[in-house]
Design a protein around this ligand. Structure first.
Ligand code: AMP
Ligand code: ZN
Length: 490
């Protein structure tokens, strides 16, 4: 195995021995905060009684609410003067969650990130363009310092200004990228529009993460940009990116278990689940100095992939994130995850790079509406062909999610697209009908306002009129499809 850090070569026994030692140190430090001091006392635990990862299962979970309640620095266990940086988690709802880092924390984080990049095949000779936002979001500086640590020429391009991004790629002969999946699709579409053959670019590797995406989307990005996509996972609460990465085998994400303790629990009961079963990821920091977190409930849903990886690393792998427990929405009593919808949509070659899921009231009932951008080349097809496409998308969706959606085909570029993480779900149901769990999945109001829905008059036209693009959102109940379905699509 070609490795960056010796820890990648450790056997299970070696990993577990280091985990036990680091866990004890972590608990000792965490005990310096009022929250954890109280929780440890209540559980009858002391740092000395923690012998193995099983022992901390007696501790209650740390939740996002605990972090909010202790905002900004209530979970710090070193003096404020020891901290050198802070970042925020990118949640769109509720009060913020802040993470502070000591110099040692930043150093350890950069090393984990460099190790992650190396595992995908990136080397110091690569030219690396970071195409995610900088600032409070950890995908900027977190990835950046990892790339510099590895020794790559690192371009802090940030998100947006796609033309300039493409120019930088060309001018500096960029070979590796970090990019969000929704933005990658957009950049790829723009390249195609400009008639650029991706094979003429030296790109070879993209780290893609920060939001859920499907295997279909991975393949699409790989085809359109002619490179290999490696899933990159992390969250601010666990530093940021560099928590988990796909190795060159591209079969699940190794979690760096010398730095993080990994559990999968039943999201309802909190009970521990065996390898292979889907549940909520729970993580404990093992090397963080300034702000350790014990048994943090990430809300991310995944499973541990059983068995060793072909690459030889013994750090266990998780499946790609299937969604977040707070992304799930309930419609007509059925639990649905946005990724189930994306999986179906991205398997249609006619479907473009953007879509929007809208939950609406329809009389006493609730309706699922899926607005789908279709490719320019498909949009010029005659109505019959488009109608068939619409019906087959609706049919495949119904088979997948067991609810009949209304599918609207819309012109490329007509759905809102921000520069950060994509907001895929817009909940326009009256408040009384919105179950608690679905609230987190609603779209930010500023995004909702910019959504360009097609007015009534456009119903019979195959093409959405140019002028309708910037139009304010159609009033509730407006039939607003470029290609309206026949009745409520079955
Ligand atoms: P942030 O608050 O910006 O640190 O976002 C962290 C969250 O982004 C995680 O808890 C996941 O929900 C999501 N995320 C990060 N990386 C991935 C990935 N590779 N696949 C799916 N979701 C991801
Ligand atoms: Zn591997």
């Amino acid at each position: 195995m070609d490795y960056y850090d010796i820890a990648e070569t450790w056997s299970r026994d070696e990993i577990e021995a280091v985990q036990a030692q680091r866990l004890r140190d972590t608990v000792r430090r965490a005990a310096g905060t009022p929250l954890y001091a109280r929780r440890l006392a209540e559980a009858g635990l002391t740092p000395e009684t923690i012998r193995s990862p099983e022992d901390i299962r007696r501790l209650p979970f740390t939740s996002k609410d605990d972090l909010r309640a202790n905002y900004p620095q209530g979970l710090a266990c070193v003096p404020r003067s020891e901290f050198v940086r802070m970042h925020c988690s990118s949640g769109t709802t509720g009060s913020p969650v802040a993470i502070c880092y000591t110099k040692k924390d930043l150093d350890a984080w950069a090393a984990l990130m460099a190790r992650s990049m190396y595992a995908t095949g990136i080397r110091r000779e690569d030219v690396f363009q970071n195409m995610s936002g900088y600032g409070l979001f950890t995908g900027g500086l977190g990835i950046h310092y990892g790339a510099e640590r590895l020794g790559c020429l690192t371009i802090p391009a940030g998100a947006g200004n796609t033309r300039r991004q493409i120019k930088l790629i060309r001018d500096f002969q960029v070979t590796a990228l970090h990019i969000l999946p929704s933005y990658a699709l957009h950049v790829a579409a723009q390249l195609r529009e400009e008639g650029e053959d991706p094979r003429s670019l030296p790109l070879r590797i993209a780290l893609v993460g920060a939001e859920p995406y499907t295997e279909e989307t991975r393949r699409r990005i790989e085809d359109m940009l002619d490179l290999k996509v490696y899933n990159s996972f992390g969250m601010s609460e666990m530093n940021g990116p560099g928590v988990g990465i796909e190795c060159e085998a591209q079969s699940g994400l190794h979690i760096w278990e010398d730095a993080y303790l990994l559990e999968i629990v039943d999201p309802q009961t909190g009970a521990s689940l065996p390898d292979g079963e889907v549940g909520e990821l729970v993580m404990t920091t093992l090397t963080r100095e300034g702000m350790p977190l014990l048994r943090y409930r990430t809300r991310d849903l995944t499973r541990i992939l059983p068995g060793p990886c072909a690459c030889g690393r013994r750090h266990r792998r998780i499946d790609r994130i299937l969604g977040r427990s707070d992304d799930m929405f309930i419609l007509r009593g059925v639990n649905i995850y946005p990724m189930q919808i994306e999986q179906v949509l991205m398997s249609f070659p006619e479907v473009g790079e953007n879509y929007l899921i809208r939950l609406e009231d329809e009389g006493e009932l609730e309706r699922l509406r899926v607005l789908v951008e279709i490719r320019e080349s498909s949009f010029v097809e005659d109505m019959r062909v488009l109608r068939q496409l619409q019906e087959s998308i609706a049919r495949r969706l119904r088979d997948e999610i067991l609810v009949s959606p209304r599918v609207d085909l819309v012109q490329k570029g007509s759905l809102p697209r921000g520069e950060g993480k994509a907001q895929r779900v817009q909940d326009a149901r009256s408040a009384t009908m919105v179950p608690e769990v679905a609230r987190g999945a609603t779209m930010a109001p500023e995004v909702a306002r910019s959504a360009a829905l097609v007015p009534e008059g456009a119903r019979s036209a195959a093409l959405v009129p140019e002028g309708a693009r910037g139009a304010a959102m159609a009033p509730e109940g407006t039939r607003s499809a470029a290609i309206p379905p026949e009745g409520d699509t079955a």
